[in-house]
Design a protein around this ligand. Structure first.
Ligand code: HEC
Length: 313
């Protein structure tokens, strides 16, 4: 993780974006896959990519809280050495389809009127900016403009970084990349693989970490490559419960353990590889779908606005 102080960024920001960043604030570039916020983001992107529909329609099925998919945030909170981080809300920043980036207000809009207690602080950091509404086939969509942090973050994502965070008091904000892979280019035909099509903008809250003893114990066991049962016990579960918890979460016992470790700030190589594998499997699936639908017309999902006319549609 590299640290850019705003002192270093501020002149850049003023010139490039015409905005002023609060002084003395730090924007962090997060590219280490072992950082919990990054793996949390990558898991969330996999859910987005695995959801049916296109663009914003995917959000309906991705955002915790909509259609009861609250448990669709696979890693919504975690503990590190000095803090507990709880993701409160997140939304999609559209980058590909409009002249300037804009934030679809889906998740935050849902909770603005009646936020859960843990969301209150995070939502207080919601940028005020102007709202616009567009009519779509499925109903109306409200957007807000991005603020200085999101603009600065998008710039870093375009330069190849994975996630950017910014902390103000107890609120941690983060913006993480959603990039085009080969299968996206059929519709996103102005782009190439690796291009930034969108981003998630997160609002999280931090509180003091509370279980240093447990974390030290886990660190020791992981270092010693201890048996799974020992690790599960140190996580605070009876090893016999492992299978049941895994079943409850539709996970293998190994995945469940690795997700629990991530919640305790330990992102294992096993988890990183599993998330990558999940992404690759999705890509294979998307390429198959595009092959199949190339002959039948692709759009059997909720219709939005095609980016490109395809043969037969
Ligand atoms: C079948 C066509 C199709 C495919 C394939 C497709 N998209 Fe899209 N995507 C769309 C359409 C259409 C929109 C615009 C939706 C709108 O404006 O509401 C969109 C919008 C988006 C947006 C929001 C962009 C913005 O500016 O609003 C993101 C992010 C996105 N797609 C990511 C992806 C990724 C990543 C892939 C590949 C894994 C992909 N899409 C594959 C059709 C597709």
């Amino acid at each position: 993780m590299r640290i850019l102080t705003i002192l270093a960024l501020s002149s850049l920001l003023k010139v490039a974006l015409g905005v002023e960043a609060p002084e003395g604030k730090e924007v962090l570039l997060v590219d280490d896959p072992k950082q919990p916020f990054l793996i949390s983001h990558e898991l969330q992107v996999n859910i987005f990519l695995g959801s049916g529909g296109e663009g914003i329609v995917r959000m309906d099925r991705t955002v915790p809280g909509i259609h009861g998919l609250i448990n669709q945030a696979p890693l919504a909170s975690w503990e590190t050495d000095d803090q507990t981080v709880q993701r409160a809300v997140f939304d999609l920043i559209g980058i590909g389809a409009s002249p300037a980036p804009r934030v679809y207000l889906v998740n935050t809009a849902l909770f603005l009127d009646r936020p859960q207690p843990y969301q209150v602080a995070a939502l207080s950091a919601l940028p005020a900016g102007p709202r616009t509404t567009e009519q779509r086939k499925g109903g109306s969509v409200t957007f807000r403009t991005t603020d200085w942090f999101e603009d600065a973050a998008i710039k870093q994502l375009k330069a190849g970084h994975a996630l950017v965070t910014y902390t103000e008091g107890h609120v941690i904000r983060a913006v993480g990349a959603i990039r085009a892979s080969e299968s996206c280019l059929r519709c996103h035909d102005q782009n190439k693989a690796g291009d930034l099509l969108g981003a998630f903008t997160y609002f999280a809250v931090s509180s003091p970490g509370n279980d240093k003893v447990k974390r030290d114990q886990l660190a020791k066991l992981l270092d010693q490559k201890a048996a799974p049962d020992e690790i599960v016990a140190a996580l605070g579960y009876h090893p016999r419960e492992r299978q049941r918890h895994a079943d409850d979460n539709s996970q293998t016992p190994e995945m469940w353990t690795n997700m629990e470790l991530a919640r305790n700030g330990f992102v294992t190589q096993t988890l990183i590889s599993a998330v990558q594998k999940q992404r690759e499997d999705l890509e294979v699936l998307h390429l198959q779908i595009s092959h199949k639908n190339a002959h039948t017309g692709w759009n059997d999902s909720v219709e939005t606005r095609p980016l490109k006319k395809t043969a037969g549609s």
